[in-house]
Design a protein around this ligand. Sequence first.
Ligand code: GTP
Length: 320
Amino acid sequence: MKALILAGGLGTRLRPLTFSMPKPVIPLLGRPLVRHLIDPLPEEVDTVILAVSYMKDYLERYFRENDIGREVVLVNEEEPLGTGGAIKNVARWLDDTFFAFNGDIISSLDLSAMLESHRSHHGIGTIALWSVDDPSAFGVVATDGSGRVTTFQEKPAPGEEVSNRINAGAYIFEPELLDRIPDGVVSLERDVFPNVLDRGLYGYAFQGYWVDAGTRESFLRAQRTLLDVGGGRVACAVRRLSGVRISGNNMIEAAHVEPSAIGPNVYIERGAQVHDGATISNSMVMAGAVIGRGATISNSIIGPGMVVEDGAVIADVILA
Ligand code: GTP
């Protein structure tokens, strides 16, 4: 079975970090974001197809240098074709039931159970659904009693939503869907889904956790969620953590950490340095970054090799 991952977006909401690396390889607790999607795929998925465009060379290099235990095919789009156009562009690879994912979702979705549900309905596709209190920033999906999708609403005004279930960006499709996607730049959500309801599109609601890691806030929320689910891990390559005050769940791979206050929800990548008296919370500090003496970092992503001066106060930003 094949799994298609949409990985060609510009990642504008994570700029300036995504000026120097594409979103799928941004490290989330020591693993590129996209590996959090690939690694839990059911065993029957033997081939992963990545629909790439923006910074494709970076992704090619990553998969050349890292064996993920499945065949990997990167299919390029000269110009980004949108989420529907990207699927159409890889049609020649898809001759059987396939998984498809937005490349930046982190979730507890049980894909084997979803596949079973899909097979029982005999529809053209199944969409994973996640419940939220306020769906106004999302694609809202309403289903009937049998789970069949009846309505799509893109970002409804508060109070106008037809349901509180949103499109979680994880799908199972029959190849027949490919014939229903027009050529060119096409949005799956806007241009394709509303036109295939007649053929039977089903919802698969799940619980646990789901985060779309596409913004600074949500990326850090994904980090927090995984740290909390995993019970939190401290240290790895750190030579000395004496005098460091640690609160909550964190992951610290840094080479050099002087007495400081770290946590909760901090990931410090290999090769970063944290100097005396620094305070870091709800943040990621990437490889080679240096956090100066007495600096305070909160709700931020500090990009690779960035230097935060002694005493600086950094809050709610991406530095890269
Ligand atoms: P923003 O620019 O911050 O909105 O990020 P994005 O470009 O990643 O867009 P968005 O988060 O809406 O995209 C959801 C998923 O679809 C991501 O995994 C993107 O990489 C992917 N994606 C979006 N547009 C395209 C496209 O035109 N082609 C391909 N191959 N993937 C796309």
